[in-house]
Each structure stands twice: as structure tokens, then as C-alpha cells.
Design a protein around this ligand. Structure first.
Ligand SMILES: C[S@@+](CC[C@H](N)C(=O)[O-])C[C@H]1O[C@@H](n2cnc3c(N)ncnc32)[C@H](O)[C@@H]1O
Length: 495
């Protein structure tokens, strides 16, 4: 199949909520209990028996030799990974239950009916080859045993990757080298080329961006004590939320939509719900189910019946056009696909209504010695990816400059735009807070971390943690405080 076609098929696969590999998993624990494993294993066998016909094999792979086990492993992996993704996004749960498996099976069967089983195998081959090549590319070579166990790059697999190794060698992408009486796997020159081509395909389909976004939402779902840790890391954020609320122009009785409410820090603690009051209405959304649970709990405790919290993302708002007086967002814009979110927000605001947001901006890490030193293990990765530019301006997440955001507001058609550029105080209190908040929580430089194999990611995070211990001795608490730029921006919809 031509690359163009495989991209189209992958885009649709992702849009349907199907997942090939559960890179969301932060630990290497097994995904299933024994009963569910037997069920998925059985479903995988039946799916293969039903769909892996001679005709389909020839159509999809021609004369290329295929192991009997690969199709079954592919179905098993897709069902397991999709069920895990459903568990995360719908239920904020690490565990998979029967109903999520059935939902995943339903999605996969429909996809097979629409595209054929051969296409499922091609997508599975593309993504797993990318992951296998990524670990070989990153480390240069890895012991064959480690490769087969997947312990450095796919620690969740509960089967051997020997078929994939064989497949890679047969295709001319991998080779076995012997060093000190040990067999190692490495990429051939051809394998390196194919790896770069696969990155391009996955990039163009939005697979890699989607992976970063899902990792971020996953982080928020399992970020239990966000309020305490965030307040410790950002000592003036509580005040900034209040200042922003006043500046935004929200007033009592309005119907307001809040984007990215998390556990309700802006909705409740900063006073949005109180300001709007029961004559108005607040609808708060967040794509992270864990955060939606926490915000709902607070809403319940406070009895704020005029506040509704819904799981949704800014890019696809489940609301009628022209239905809100105002839309607000605090510290969430940088997680969104900005042009798409700005258009969607514009759609739901009533004529003459407004959108106001406050969010962090990209900044130059080299401006602060402590940050530069502390984050070096990650910026090192960024530099090898984007080049060591003179300004050392490594982007954090999706963060942009104020001019870029202003330009996006203008091109989305917002009018009467005004802005403020305040500063956030960041306090690198201790290694634990920094790793919990900056890396595993709000996910600074997730783009970099998501582009290295699982073991490397964990090793780098650990390096940041250990480095933090030394730096906390080297720098006083005052020296561990630094300012970073924020933007408050507001625009109106035309009448
Ligand atoms: C740093 S928290 C900010 C929370 C809160 N508003 C505050 O004042 O601290 C960012 C939130 O944005 C959410 N988010 C991520 N992607 C989003 C999207 N596409 N649309 C809306 N919210 C999103 C995250 O799940 C997370 O809860």
C-alpha cells in the first residue's frame, strides 16, 4: 500500500479511538488479570480465524513471509491497548474491565469491516517497527534478550518480541552483532533510513502529536494532589488567577464556559463560580477524566448547582453555536491545538461575547542558570533533535510567543483584542516537587521525553531527580526562584 493510503488509514484508526501500543503506561505492570487475559487471547484467535484469509494475506503482503503468531499478537495488542486507553479516558482507571474489552473489540471489528484485516496488520507493523527501531536507534545496540523481552522499550508486553526481531532481520532493517560472547541487535543502514521514514509518516498523520497530548492528559488524570503541589511550585498563581478573573470582564449572571478546569482551582478557588452566581451558569470542561472527577467532587461539596463539569476537549466542544456569553481558560491554552480551539471557541460564543485566557509563554531556559542546569538531561535531548541553536531556546510543550498567539487570535477573527504580560513565580523547592509537577504533572518538554524509549525516559527523569538533590545544596531557596512569562489575552466575537 502506498504511504499516502496508509496515512489515511492511520488517521481514521486514531480518530476512532483505537490504539496500537499502550505507551500511556507509566509503569510496567501487567495489564490484565488472568481471566481477562484468557478472554482477550480467545478473541484474538477467533478474529484471526475469521479474517486472516488467503485472499487478505495476498492482498496485504503478497509473497512476504509472515509468522503465524503475528496476526494474533496484533489483535491482542490492539484490544489490550485500546481497552487501557478507554479505561484511562472514560474511567480514569489503571485497571481494565470486561466492558472496556468489549468496547475495544467492537471498535476493532468495525475497523476490520471497513478497511480489511491486512490494513490492521500494516498499521500494527508500522507502529511496532517504529518503537523497536527507536530503542535500537537510541542505544545503538541492545542485547537480543532485552529486545525480545521488550524491557527497555515495551515493558508492558507479556509475550516475546522474537517474531518482530525475525521480521526486522528478514526485512534487512536489523542485524545481530556479537560482542564479548553476547548477541546484540542493532539497526542496519537501511533500518536507520526506514526508521526516519516511519517518523515522517507518523508525524504527518498526527500520531506523534496525539501521543504527546494523550500523555499529558494521562498525567493530569493521575495527578492526585495538583492543588498542593501546584501552589508550592507556583507561589503567586493563586493571586494571578484572581487578577485574571477580574481582568477578564466576567460578571454575575453570565453563561460562562471554562476550558481545562482541572480539579476546579480557577472554577472554585479563584472565585469564577462565586462571581457568576446562581443567576448565571458555569460549564467547565476538561479532557482528563481524573480531573473531571475531582472537580465534580468539589462542585458537590460546595453545592454549586449552577456549575456543570463535563469531560471534553476545547477542539471539539459539545455545545450549540452562540450559546455562551464568555469563554475563559487559565493555564490550559498551551495544551490545545490552538487554531482549532480558537475556531471552536468562536463558534460557541454568542455575538459580542468574548474569549479570555491566561497561559504560560515560551521562554529562554538559558536565562536562568538553575533551570538550565536542572533540566539539562532533557534539554540535551531537545538539542540533539532541533540543533544547538545559539539562544538555547528549547520550547516547553506547545508554548508560543505572545506575538504568535496574538496572530492566531487575529486570524481566527477575534476583535478588540487586548493583552497583559505578567510573570509567574516558579519555585524549584525540592527534587520531588519538580519531578512530580514539572515533569510528571504539567509535562514540560513532553515532546522530548515521548520521543525516547521507555527506559531512557525513566532514566532521564531519574537523572533530573538526582541532579536536583545536588542543585538544592548548591543554590539557596531564594536562588531557586525564577520568573517566567505569562500572557492574558482577550478578544471579542463580532456582532
Ligand atoms: C495546568 S492544568 C490548569 C488547570 C486550572 N485551570 C488551573 O487554574 O490551574 C491544565 C488542564 O488543561 C487540560 N487540558 C489539556 N488539554 C486540553 C484540551 N485540549 N482542552 C481543554 N483542556 C485541556 C488538562 O487536562 C489540565 O487539567
Amino acid at each position: 500500500m502506498a504511504n499516502k493510503d496508509i496515512k489515511r488509514v492511520l488517521v481514521d484508526f486514531l480518530q476512532r479511538g483505537l490504539v496500537i501500543s499502550p505507551w500511556l503506561m507509566m509503569n510496567s505492570e501487567s495489564r490484565f488479570d488472568v481471566d481477562l487475559f484468557t478472554l482477550v487471547d480467545q478473541i484474538a484467535s477467533n478474529t484471526v480465524d475469521l479474517n486472516w484469509t488467503e485472499e487478505e494475506k495476498i492482498e496485504a503482503f503478497g509473497a512476504f513471509p509472515l509468522s503465524e503468531r503475528v496476526p494474533k499478537t496484533a489483535v491482542y495488542e490492539i484490544i489490550a491497548s485500546t481497552a487501557l486507553s478507554i479505561a484511562h479516558y472514560k474511567f480514569a482507571d489503571f485497571d481494565i474491565y470486561h466492558e472496556q474489552i468489549l468496547e475495544a473489540v467492537g471498535l476493532l471489528n468495525q475497523f476490520i469491516a471497513d478497511y480489511g484485516f491486512g490494513n490492521v496488520l500494516k498499521l500494527y507493523g508500522l507502529v511496532t517497527s517504529f518503537e523497536n527501531a527507536q530503542v535500537l536507534h537510541y542505544y545503538g545496540k541492545i542485547p537480543e534478550k532485552t529486545f525480545n523481552l521488550g524491557s527497555w522499550h515495551r515493558p508492558w508486553v507479556d509475550y516475546s518480541l522474537s517474531d518482530e526481531l525475525f521480521w526486522g532481520i528478514f526485512s534487512g532493517n536489523y542485524q545481530i552483532e556479537i560482542h564479548d560472547s553476547t548477541r546484540f541487535v542493532s539497526l542496519t543502514d537501511r533500518g536507520e533510513r526506514v526508521y526516519l521514514e516511519d517518523i515522517n509518516i507518523l508525524n504527518e498523520c498526527g500520531y506523534l502529536t496525539r501521543r504527546v497530548r494523550q500523555l499529558q492528559i494521562h498525567n493530569f488524570t493521575f495527578y492526585q494532589n495538583y492543588t498542593e503541589v501546584a501552589n508550592e511550585f507556583w507561589p503567586n498563581m493563586t493571586q494571578l488567577r484572581k487578577d485574571f478573573l477580574t481582568w477578564s470582564g466576567v460578571h454575575p449572571g453570565m453563561r460562562v464556559l471554562e476550558l481545562g478546569c482541572a480539579n476546579g482551582l480557577f472554577t472554585f478557588d479563584a472565585g469564577l463560580a462565586e462571581l457568576v452566581g446562581e443567576k448565571g451558569q458555569v460549564v467547565a470542561i476538561d479532557p482528563s477524566m481524573g480531573m473531571v472527577y475531582r472537580a465534580n467532587k468539589r462542585q458537590d461539596e460546595l453545592g454549586a448547582h449552577w456549575v456543570t463539569i463535563i469531560q471534553a476537549a476545547a477542539e471539539h466542544l459539545p455545545f450549540e453555536s452562540d450559546s455562551f456569553d464568555a469563554v475563559v481558560a487559565f493555564n490550559s491554552l498551551h495544551f490545545m491545538d490552538l487554531p482549532q480551539a480558537l475556531q471552536e471557541v468562536m463558534r460557541v460564543i454568542r455575538p459580542e461575547g468574548f474569549f479570555a485566557t491566561a497561559h504560560p509563554l515560551k521562554f529562554n531556559m538559558a536565562e536562568n542558570k538553575l533551570v538550565q542546569e536542572w533540566m539539562e538531561p532533557i534539554t540535551r535531548l531537545a538539542k540533539s533533535r532541533i540543533g544547538n541553536n545559539s539562544k538555547n531556546q528549547v520550547p516547553i510543550d506547545n508554548q508560543k510567543s505572545p506575538e504568535e498567539i496574538l496572530a492566531d487570535f487575529v486570524s481566527a477573527g477575534y476583535l478588540h483584542i487586548k493583552q497583559l504580560l505578567p510573570k509567574a513565580v516558579n519555585f524549584f523547592k525540592d527534587p520531588e516537587t519538580v519531578v512530580k509537577h514539572v515533569i510528571r504533572g504539567v509535562g514540560w518538554m513532553q515532546e522530548e521525553l515521548s520521543m525516547v524509549p521507555w527506559k531512557a525516559r525513566e532514566d532521564i527523569i531519574n537523572e533530573v531527580f538526582e541532579l536536583g538533590k545536588t542543585l538544592c545544596k548548591k543554590y539557596s531557596p531564594e536562588e531557586r526562584i525564577f520568573l517566567s512569562p505569562l500572557q492574558m489575552i482577550k478578544g471579542t466575537k463580532s456582532c
